[in-house]
Ligand binder design. Structure first.
Ligand SMILES: [Zn+2]
Length: 409
């Protein structure tokens, strides 16, 4: 957890504490104050600080908590400070506690974990203020992990003389203001469950994490671990028809200037696990055709992005519309180096199920190893691709070429 503690926040805390001390020395109208925030925003710390500061020189300050899990009567803060406190059972009758306040001549009552107080208990707190003239400073969460107000907090908002948001703010992992106390169960943001979770909420299977609204909604608990970005899935029998759909869309724009529109890449190989992205070569007969076809592809809504460091191909970003499957489009001259690499790999693997299995294993491993770095993912499988292409050229009597063998240290 992080705190954003600005000089303004410090000033604000100090001013409030000073105000409380001054106000109570002069005994003006007593007040019910509710100070709320998210988890880990320093509620208990501030409650303890207020208590400590007030007790310098006066003995009429009491500390209660509605959320003492240990029943030991302590308020403890996450930064390690603590003080003994009177543990009040949520929903219980406050009379004996109120009687003790009277007996001890208490004028200021500080309360931690006030969100757990019942509506009736909050009403009784208001009565303590109005009838006994005791200042009550309640600290608590506003809302639960489903973003519903705690009944006690809702009542406090309704009847407190003052409601302040804590000047300290918990932040989401993304740096935005943390608005939401997410309950995380087995690594997933819980969307249902009891408002009160009884049990140890520290590390274990269930814990709470403060998130901004966006990441509460999406359930993202940390910066993207890029593994998610390279997804290798089982072969999908729909891939060939997805290719057909894209080819059917593109054909009217480029015919009759092209030799063919060709399905290449892993999705063109039956049974091969792959990233679910269709690779397509638009093949022209010679280099002279390139500018015309390039322009025609652009007129179909594609954006030309150059060769992306692979000589002999022109790459395009696919248009958003019109509901086309995700794909990469390349423009190549028939049987140039880039085109040969594409169809040789496809044909070699299509003819050899053993190679398909080997390649699938390598891809899945690499998707994890590359941690979402696409360049590294490609580099990690380069050795396998080079081996297959070298064999392909040999067996077809084609001229040998050198393949890229990246250094992977
Ligand atoms: Zn966020």
């Amino acid at each position: 957890m992080q705190f954003v503690l600005t000089s303004n926040s410090i000033t604000s805390i100090t001013r409030r504490v000073t105000l409380v001390v001054r106000v109570n020395d002069e005994r003006p109208m007593p007040e019910l104050t509710f100070t709320y925030g998210t988890m880990a925003a320093g509620k208990s710390t501030l409650a303890l600080q207020l208590c400590w500061q007030l007790r310098q020189g006066r003995s009429d300050v009491a500390l209660w908590t509605f959320g003492d899990r240990s029943d030991a009567g302590m308020v403890t803060s996450r930064i390690g400070i603590e003080a003994s406190a009177e543990a009040v059972v949520p929903g219980s009758d406050l009379s004996p506690h109120i009687e003790r306040l009277r007996r001890d001549g208490i004028n200021i009552l500080v309360i931690d974990e006030a969100q757990f107080a019942s509506v009736e208990q909050v009403d009784a707190l208001a009565q303590i203020v109005d009838d006994l003239g005791i200042d009550v400073h309640a600290f608590g969460l506003s809302a639960d992990f489903l973003l519903n107000l705690f009944p006690g907090s809702a009542r406090l908002f309704a009847i407190s003389d003052w409601a302040h948001e804590l000047p300290l703010t918990s932040t989401c992992w993304c740096g935005q203001k943390g608005r939401c106390n997410a309950r995380v169960v087995d690594g997933v943001v819980a969307r249902e469950g009891n408002q009160l979770f009884t049990g140890d909420v520290n590390e274990g299977v269930v814990h709470y994490q403060v998130l901004c609204r966006t990441h509460y909604r999406s359930g993202q608990l940390r910066a993207e671990v890029s593994m998610d970005r390279i997804v290798v899935v089982d072969a999908d029998p729909e891939w060939p028809s997805q290719f057909q759909a894209i080819a059917a869309y593109l054909a009217p724009f480029v015919e009759p200037h092209v030799v063919r529109i060709e399905h290449v890449g892993s999705t063109s190989i039956p049974g091969l696990a792959a990233k679910p992205i269709i690779d397509i070569d638009v093949v022209v007969a010679n280099e002279e055709q390139l500018p015309e076809v390039l322009r025609r592809i652009e007129s179909a809504g594609y954006r030309w992005v150059g060769d992306l460091d692979v000589a002999g191909r022109e790459a395009f970003e696919a248009p958003e519309a019109p509901g086309l499957p995700t794909h990469h489009l390349y423009l190549v001259v028939e049987n140039n180096r880039a085109h040969c690499d594409h169809w040789l790999l496809r044909d070699m693997l299509t003819e050899d199920p053993v190679l398909v299995d080997r390649y699938a294993i390598i891809k899945r491993e690499n998707a994890v190893l590359s941690q979402g770095d696409v360049e590294r993912y490609v580099a990690l499988k380069a050795a396998f691709v080079a081996e297959v292409l070298t064999t392909a050229r040999n067996t077809r009597g084609m001229e040998p070429v050198t393949y890229w063998e990246p250094n992977l240290d």
